[in-house]
Design a protein around this ligand. Structure first.
Ligand SMILES: *[C@@H]1O[C@H](CO)[C@@H](O)[C@H](O)[C@H]1NC(C)=O
Length: 490
C-alpha cells in the first residue's frame, strides 16, 4: 500500500514538474504570441519552462524563464503589403529566410550562453517555420522533441513523421485552388514536385550545413530529421479540411483563445452605442496599416463611408486623413474581447490563421483580404465553409469591397454557418488547452513516445513509393513478353 502511494506520488511528481525548453525563434509577433501562450499554459500546470524568443515578456509568471534573442543589428521594417509573388517563389523565400533565422539564433550570444550551461531538459518544443535544423537541439540536450506548427499538416512538415498526403485530394500550403478539377490536380502535382525539389536539394542540405557550422561534430541531418516525438498542429476540423494524420500529429487549434475579459470603458461605450452594429477591421500584427498603398486606402475609406455600421479599425498611426465619421481608429485593440460583444457583425481580416480561429470561436462572419503565405488558403477555405468572402488584397476596389460587405451584412447564411462552425470547434471531449497539456505530458511520461513512430519512417523514398517493386514487376512483365514472343512467334 505504502509503496503504491510512493509510486503514485512519484508519477505525479515527474509529470508535474518537467523542465521544458521552448524555441520560438521567429521574429514575428503572432509567432511569439503563440509560443508565449503555449509555454505559459505549461508553466501554469507546474512545469518549469524556458522560452527562447526574440521578445520579452512584460510580466513573466511563476516557472517562466526567458532567453531573449534581442536583434543584434538594427532591423528594417518590412512592408508585407508589397509581397505579391508566385507561391513557388514564396516557398523558396521561406526556406531561405528559415536558414538565416536559424543561423542568427544559433549565433546569438544569449543562445550560446544557454547551450553552454548544458542545462538538463525533459522536453524540447520547437516552432516549425521551415525549421528542421532546430531538431538538432534534441540531440544536443538529449531530450525528446515536440514540433509546434502554426499551420496544419503540409508537404514541408509531413516528412518529419511520414504523414501520408495524397495530393489528389489534400490541399498543400501553397496550392491556389480547392476545386477537384483536372487542372487543380495538375497544379497540385506541379507545386508538390517543385516543393519537394526545393526541400531535398536546397533546403535540407542548407539546414545540415548550418547545424554543422555551429555544432562541429554534429551527425548528418538524416540522423535526427525524423526523430520528432509528436507534432502539435494549430488546426481544427471546424476550420481546416479533414485530412489523414498519423497518430503522432495532434490538433490543438483554438488553444490560444483566452477567456474574454471586460473591455476598457471607451471601447465598451463605442460598441454599446453602435445601434447599427460594428464592423471590426484588423490586418493582424505583421502588417502596418500605414504602409498600405494609397489607392487601396482610398478604396477602403470609400466603401466604409457608405455604411451605416460603425467601423472599428486597428490603425497603427495617430490619424487617418479622410476618415469618415463612422470609422473609429485605435492603434491597438483587444480583438478577442471585442469579438465577444453582441454588436460585432463582421470581421475584416488579412486571413491569418489565429484571427480566423478567433472569428470562428466567437461566430463572426469574415471578409478576408489575404496577401501571402497561408492567408489565401485560409480565406478560400472560410469561403467554402460558408462564413466568409474574400478579395485578394492586391485586387481591392471600392466597388468590390462595398458589394461584399453588403452581402455579408444582409445575407443571414454567413452568420448561421459561422455559428455552426463555432459549435463544431467547441464540441470536443476535452478543450484544446487540455489536449495540448495532455500530449506534452504524454511524451514526457513515455520518454519520447517511440511507439507512435510509423513504419514509413524506416523506409527509403524508393521503398516508400514502391519504386523497387514496380521496377521488378516491369522487368518480369517485359521478360515474359519477350519469352512468349521467342517461343511462339519466331
Ligand atoms: C551563417 O552566418 C554566417 C555569418 O553571417 C555566414 O558566414 C554563414 O555562411 C552562414 N551559414 C549559412 C549556412 O547560411
Amino acid at each position: 500500500m505504502m509503496r503504491c502511494i510512493v509510486l503514485i506520488l512519484f508519477l505525479i511528481s515527474i509529470s508535474q514538474c518537467a523542465r521544458i525548453l521552448g524555441v520560438f525563434h521567429v521574429p514575428g509577433k503572432s509567432h511569439y504570441a503563440a509560443g508565449n501562450t503555449l509555454m505559459k499554459i505549461l508553466a501554469e500546470r507546474g512545469h518549469e519552462v524556458t522560452l527562447v524568443s526574440p521578445f520579452k515578456e512584460k510580466k513573466p509568471p511563476k516557472n517562466f524563464n526567458e532567453v531573449v534573442l534581442a536583434p543584434t543589428a538594427p532591423q528594417g521594417k518590412a512592408n508585407f503589403f508589397n509581397f505579391n509573388v508566385h507561391p513557388i517563389i514564396q516557398s523558396y523565400i521561406y526556406s531561405s529566410i528559415s536558414i538565416s533565422m536559424i543561423n542568427e539564433t544559433f549565433s546569438h550570444p544569449e543562445f550560446k550562453k544557454l547551450l553552454k550551461t548544458k542545462e538538463k531538459f525533459d522536453l524540447i518544443i520547437i516552432e516549425y517555420f521551415f525549421s528542421d535544423a532546430l531538431k538538432y537541439l534534441g540531440v544536443y540536450f538529449d531530450a525528446p522533441v515536440i514540433i509546434y506548427s502554426a499551420l496544419d499538416a503540409n508537404s514541408w512538415i509531413n516528412p518529419s513523421v511520414a504523414n501520408p498526403m495524397p495530393i489528389s485530394s489534400v490541399q498543400d500550403l501553397t496550392a491556389s485552388s480547392d476545386v477537384l478539377s483536372f487542372y487543380s490536380r495538375l497544379d497540385r502535382t506541379f507545386m508538390y514536385t517543385c516543393n519537394s525539389l526545393i526541400r531535398n536539394f536546397l533546403y535540407i542540405p542548407a539546414h545540415d550545413k548550418v547545424v554543422k557550422e555551429h555544432f562541429p561534430g554534429a551527425p548528418d541531418i538524416d540522423a535526427y530529421f525524423d526523430k520528432a516525438a509528436l507534432i502539435l498542429l494549430n488546426a481544427d476540423v471546424s476550420i481546416n479540411a479533414p485530412i489523414p494524420k498519423v497518430p503522432a500529429m495532434v490538433d490543438i487549434g483554438g488553444f490560444h483563445v483566452k477567456p474574454t475579459k471586460p473591455l476598457p470603458k471607451d471601447l465598451q461605450d463605442i460598441l454599446d452605442n453602435a445601434v447599427n452594429g460594428v464592423v471590426y477591421f484588423s490586418m493582424g500584427s505583421n502588417l502596418q496599416s500605414s504602409q498600405m498603398p494609397k489607392e487601396t486606402l482610398a478604396a477602403l475609406l470609400g466603401a466604409f463611408s457608405k455604411l451605416k455600421e460603425t467601423v472599428l479599425w486597428k490603425w497603427e498611426d495617430d490619424d487617418l486623413p479622410g476618415k469618415p465619421d463612422n470609422v473609429v481608429i485605435r492603434k491597438w485593440l483587444p480583438q478577442n474581447d471585442i469579438f465577444a460583444h453582441k454588436n460585432i457583425k463582421l470581421f475584416i481580416t488579412h486571413g491569418g490563421i489565429f484571427s480566423t480561429i478567433e472569428a470562428v470561436y466567437h461566430g463572426i462572419p469574415c471578409l478576408a483580404f489575404p496577401i501571402f503565405g497561408d492567408q489565401i488558403l485560409n480565406a478560400q477555405r472560410a469561403t467554402e465553409n460558408g462564413y466568409a468572402r474574400w478579395i485578394r488584397f492586391h485586387e481591392i476596389t471600392e466597388e468590390r469591397v462595398a458589394t461584399e460587405i453588403r452581402d455579408l451584412l444582409t445575407n443571414p447564411k454567413y452568420s448561421e454557418n459561422v455559428k455552426a462552425r463555432s459549435r463544431i470547434m467547441l464540441d470536443k471531449p476535452v478543450s484544446a488547452v487540455d489536449r495540448l497539456v495532455f500530449w506534452v505530458e504524454y511524451v514526457i511520461r513515455h520518454k519520447g513516445a517511440d511507439h507512435l513512430r510509423v513504419a514509413g519512417l524506416d523506409l527509403t523514398w524508393y521503398q516508400y513509393l514502391l519504386v523497387d517493386v514496380i521496377v521488378l514487376i516491369s522487368i518480369c512483365s517485359l521478360l515474359s513478353v519477350l519469352f512468349i514472343r521467342y517461343v511462339f512467334v519466331i
